[in-house]
Design a protein around this ligand. Structure first.
Ligand code: ZN
Ligand code: ZN
Length: 108
């Protein structure tokens, strides 16, 4: 179970967006995932376009630096990650009542 928000999840790597880029079709993926799509498309002989894996809309392949992150989404991701900063749960399993007598006797 995770409380991860689906809207911040990249449908390609199934992880939280890493530099979210929104394609013309409106779907957003990590920059690295889009670049990966381009690589795969190139291997398949598609030199100019790649397809959005969700809706199959073609998008123009671009140089990595042409992809500008979707700022509002990137901010959401930042906020989300901040929330993830480990909330350390201090759990005290120590229960005096269950401590064996001989251990208690050894205490000062
Ligand atoms: Zn991704
Ligand atoms: Zn799409």
């Amino acid at each position: 179970m995770s409380s991860r928000s689906d809207s911040l999840e990249c449908a390609i790597c199934l992880d939280i967006f890493d530099t979210p880029i929104c394609l013309d079709c409106g779907h957003c993926f990590c920059k690295k995932c889009i670049l990966k799509l381009q690589e795969i498309a190139k291997e398949n002989g598609e030199k100019k376009t790649s397809k959005c894996p969700l809706c199959q809309t073609k998008f123009k392949q671009r140089r990595p630096w042409f992809y500008k992150p979707c700022v509002p989404l990137a901010n959401l991701v930042e906020n989300y990650k901040r929330q993830l900063i480990p909330k350390v749960e201090f759990k005290f399993d120590f229960d005096l009542e269950n401590v064996p007598d001989d251990v208690l006797k050894g205490l000062p």
